[in-house]
Design a protein around this ligand. Structure first.
Ligand code: ZN
Length: 306
């Protein structure tokens, strides 16, 4: 796959250089691209009331960690006024593409705008023991506030005539986030327990840190482990039984096999926690937002803690 990408980059870099020089966006409207759903949602939120074009690079319904840009994606990026991306392990390809563009791409990296948190590990978890930075910064609501405020400044620098509007949109979003934080605090404070179990990968270190929740999961971060060992499975089953947990979670767009197995063994319910990497095509077309997803997750969390 990597070799194919290098060939694609070589073929298209010449084309892109000539394209981007002659077809520079001369209209007043900005072309803004977000790599995945969280980046896209932030851009869309901050651009309410503007005529700018906001799009998502990742096709809805696809797995964000195995994404490779198509030649069309690279051309799209070369014509953008700002590209917002995570800046972690999953979009290391961005550096290669930027090197081949021959023209400077304006970017905003989520991971550099918020405090770093290491991938959280729990007992009997699979995968490498080495500690890595958790790139899923958007799973913290406090981070979302910080991201919106810093991205609003960046947008205002590129598009001074709308600078005030970006600030207002960031403030309105921040107030909505504050209301959700208060709601989450209440759910957690009134919960009978503080522990959740994920029979899946666990890209939620920022989230559990923010709300002081305990967790057990099969894999750290978003590593591509396909099968959990018998030891891990037995441990998670035991945890669900011991804590009498009503829900075992899996993340969105996952096969949820392990969660179903644990559910069969323990009688608990299976719940999908949407960590917002990406949406299904249907969700995307319906205009669902980051805030909508968090509200759904929070309703399930309330059930899981009681
Ligand atoms: Zn991930």
């Amino acid at each position: 796959m990597k070799k194919i990408m290098i060939v694609i980059l070589a073929i298209f870099s010449i084309l892109i250089v000539s394209c981007s020089k002659s077809d520079n966006n001369t209209s007043e409207k900005l072309i803004l691209v977000g790599v995945n759903f969280p980046s896209y949602d932030l851009l869309r939120t901050l651009n309410q009331g503007t005529e700018n074009s906001v799009s998502m690079l990742l096709p809805p319904g696809s797995e964000s960690h195995s994404y490779e840009p198509t030649p069309q994606d690279i051309i799209k990026l070369s014509k953008s006024d700002l590209f917002v991306y995570t800046g972690g392990e999953s979009d290391e390809w961005v550096n290669k593409v930027m090197g081949s563009l021959g023209t400077k791409l304006e970017t905003f990296k989520l991971i550099e705008a918020v405090p770093s948190v290491l991938e959280a590990h729990s007992e009997a978890m699979e995968g490498e023991a080495e500690e890595e930075i958790d790139e899923h910064v958007w799973t913290s609501l406090e981070n979302e506030k910080l991201l919106a405020s810093k991205l609003a400044i960046k947008l205002g620098q590129i598009d001074t005539k709308n600078a005030e509007l970006y600030q207002e949109n960031a403030k309105a979003f921040s107030l909505q986030l504050d209301a959700l934080i208060a709601e989450a605090d209440e759910v957690i404070a009134n919960g009978k327990r503080k522990v959740i179990v994920f029979a899946d990968r666990f890209p939620l270190s920022h989230f559990v840190n923010e709300f002081n929740l305990e967790f057990y999961a099969a894999f750290p971060g978003c590593v591509h482990e396909s099968e959990a060992s018998a030891k891990t499975v037995a441990f998670l089953i035991e945890k669900v039984k011991e804590e009498k947990l009503p829900i075992v979670f899996h993340i969105e767009l996952s096969d949820s096999k392990l969660a179903k197995l644990i559910s069969e063994e323990t009688g608990c319910k299976v719940g999908e926690w949407n960590t917002a990497h990406n949406l299904t095509r249907e969700q995307f077309d319906s205009g669902i937002t980051y805030l909508d997803l968090f509200k759904q997750d929070l309703a399930l969390l309330k059930e899981a803690l009681n």
